[in-house]
Design a protein around this ligand. Structure first.
Ligand code: DON
Length: 307
C-alpha cells in the first residue's frame, strides 16, 4: 500500500501542537482523572497492512472513558442486530453527552448509543447476556489488540461510582420507562468499570481497526461484524461519536470518531488505517482540544479523509 509520509506528518503535528497541549481543561468531575498531567500528548496510526507510526506518549495508557461506548455498542450490536435500535436511537442528540432532557419527551429511548443515556441501555444489554459485562468488554479489547494485560482501573471506576449521581438518575429514569432489563445499580456499576478501561494510543487504534477493515479484526482474524454492520457503526460514529460537536468535528476532521473525557479520540479511515490521539485537556464539549486539532491537521496534511 502506498501511504502518505505518516512519520513526517506525525512529527510535524507533535511539534506544532505544543502550544495547545495545555489549552484545554482536564476532566475533574471524576476525581481520579484530574490527577493526569495535562501536558501529555500521544498519537498513533496503525495501518491495515500492520505498520505502526507513533509520536509522544503513544505507549502510555490512559482512561478510555466514553471510547468504551464504541466497543460496548459493537458487542451489543453483535448480540441483538437491528433489534438494538428498538431500544436506542441512531440520531445525533445535539445535547451534552450527559444530558437528560430528551429522555422525558422521548419516553426513555436515548437518541444514540454514544451519549451516556444510550450507553447505559447498551450496557444493560451486555449485563443481561454476560455475568460481568465489564469483563466481557475487557476480554473483547484484549482479543482486538492481542494485549493480554489490558484491564480497567478499579480506582478510576470507584472514583466515578462515588460521583455518579447524574448517570444514576439517568439509569433510573430510563428504567421508569421500562427500557432497562437489569437493576439500574448493576448497570451503573458495569458502566463505570468499562469506562475505566486503560489503553494506550497504539492499542486503541489497533482495536478500532476492524471498522476500517470491513468488520474483521486484523490482529485476531476475528470477524467482529459483517461489512454492512461495520459501515453502519462507523456512520454512527460520524454523526454521534463526538456529541453535540459532531457537526463541527466532521467539518474539521472528516473521519468517523469516538472521543472520551480521558482525552482520547479514536478515528478510522476505511480501507486504510485507524488513528488515536490522546491529550487530556478538553474543550467545552468534552472532546480533547489538542486531539481534535491534531486530527484536523492530520487529515488536512495527508489529504486523507472519507470525503
Ligand atoms: O459517564 C461519564 O460521564 C464518563 N464515564 C464518560 C463520559 C465521557 O467520556 C464523555 N466523553 N467525552
Amino acid at each position: 500500500m502506498n501511504h502518505p509520509n505518516y512519520p513526517a506528518i506525525l512529527e510535524e503535528i507533535h511539534r506544532d501542537i505544543a502550544p495547545w497541549r495545555t489549552a484545554g481543561r482536564v476532566a475533574d468531575y471524576i476525581p481520579e482523572l484530574a490527577r493526569v498531567p495535562a501536558e501529555r500528548f500521544g498519537m498513533a496510526i496503525v495501518t491495515l497492512d500492520g505498520s505502526v507510526y507513533s509520536v509522544g506518549d503513544a505507549y502510555e495508557r490512559f482512561s478510555i472513558q466514553s471510547i468504551s461506548k464504541l466497543f460496548a455498542c459493537t458487542l451489543a450490536f453483535q448480540l441483538l442486530g437491528d433489534a438494538l435500535w428498538e431500544r436506542v436511537g441512531r440520531e445525533p442528540s445535539g445535547t451534552a453527552f450527559n444530558s437528560l432532557v430528551q429522555l422525558e419527551t422521548e419516553r426513555g429511548k436515548p437518541r444514540n448509543p454514544f451519549i451516556n443515556a444510550g450507553a447505559l441501555v447498551v450496557t444493560d444489554v451486555l449485563c443481561r447476556r454476560f455475568v460481568g459485562a465489564e469483563t466481557a468488554l475487557v476480554q473483547f479489547v484484549r482479543r482486538l489488540t492481542g494485549a493480554a494485560d489490558l484491564d480497567y482501573d478499579l480506582r478510576v471506576a470507584q472514583s466515578e461510582l462515588a460521583h455518579a449521581e447524574r448517570n444514576r438518575a439517568m439509569a433510573h429514569f430510563i428504567a421508569s420507562f421500562g427500557n432497562l432489563e437489569m437493576p439500574a445499580d448493576a448497570v451503573i456499576d458495569a458502566y463505570c468499570r468499562q469506562c475505566a478501561i486503560e489503553m494506550n494510543c497504539v492499542e486503541l487504534a489497533t482495536a478500532a481497526l476492524f471498522l476500517a477493515n470491513g468488520g474483521v479484526a486484523p490482529v485476531s482474524g476475528e470477524r467482529v461484524l459483517d461489512a454492512s454492520s461495520a459501515k453502519r457503526l462507523s456512520a454512527l460514529m460520524l454523526t454521534c461519536g463526538t456529541y453535540d460537536a459532531a457537526g463541527d468535528f466532521v467539518y474539521r476532521v472528516g473521519l468517523p470518531a469516538k472521543s472520551g473525557v480521558g482525552g482520547g479520540i479514536v478515528a478510522v479511515l476505511p480501507g486504510e488505517m485507524a488513528v488515536c490521539v490522546w491529550s487530556p485537556g478538553l474543550d467545552a464539549n468534552g472532546n480533547s482540544l489538542a486531539g481534535v486539532k491534531s486530527l484536523e491537521w492530520l487529515t488536512t496534511r495527508t489529504g486523507q479523509s472519507i470525503f
